[in-house]
Design a protein. Sequence first.
Length: 281
Amino acid sequence: MASPDFPRRVVCLQPSASVILAAVGQLERVAACTRYCADVCPELEQSGIAIVSDSWTANAAEITAAQPDLVIAAVPYQERAVAEILKSGIRFLGLAPRSLADIYGDIAAISGIMGVPEQAEPVIGKMQEEIEAIRGRTRTGHKPRVFCEEWGKPLIASQPWVAELMEAAGGVMIGTPGAQTSVEAVLAEDPEVWIAAWCGAGDRVPLEKVVQQRGWHTMRAVREDRVYCIRDEYLNTPAPTLLCGLRALAAALHPARFPHAPGLKSIAPRGSQLTGAESCP
């Protein structure tokens, strides 16, 4: 058990912090969190703790009202709110991961600051083990070219860690990860698979409507009915939740090798949709 000298009341301003705390067995120390944290950790909502704005729209008064001794946030930040938090004297841990290695480092950092450094290794090890297991099943065979986006207006490609997961799942991500692009540029690449994982949209991206608005009917992915939505928290939350996203990617890219995964939806022939709203264990 951690010493009382370590944080006992934590405010989480991004769901990744809550997921990591849950993974290392410290969720009971969360004193306040965002509604997005509650989405990925339902036990937080059931606990009745305070819900605060996230690190982009952070409200310092909300945070200080929770009387925390640690605030954990991740990019994107609202600089003015962060400045107020720092002035208040509350310990602040700011995360800015880009790669899987960064995410492993964040898990270790949070475990350490909570006084349970030994809890990080098995969590990181499980992530690495499953990623390598799926990579081992996709080393051979065709690797489809994929465009995966985290936002639609402006059009932004998914983050670098998603590109790493894509490679493990047996695909090649087109475009520059995390960078803004255009409808025309993506169409010119003519990806074999298109995946939408919009921040804050869950699995509710209106795939058919987006195809129509963008004029993507001639895209190979659309012609071959390989258009998918993956729940945004499975790809956009830099935490152990990414394993859910990895399974969904593998199922989308190689449906003959991997079973349908929770959180995965697709445009099927004649426009019907396969739902994948089940929760990921």
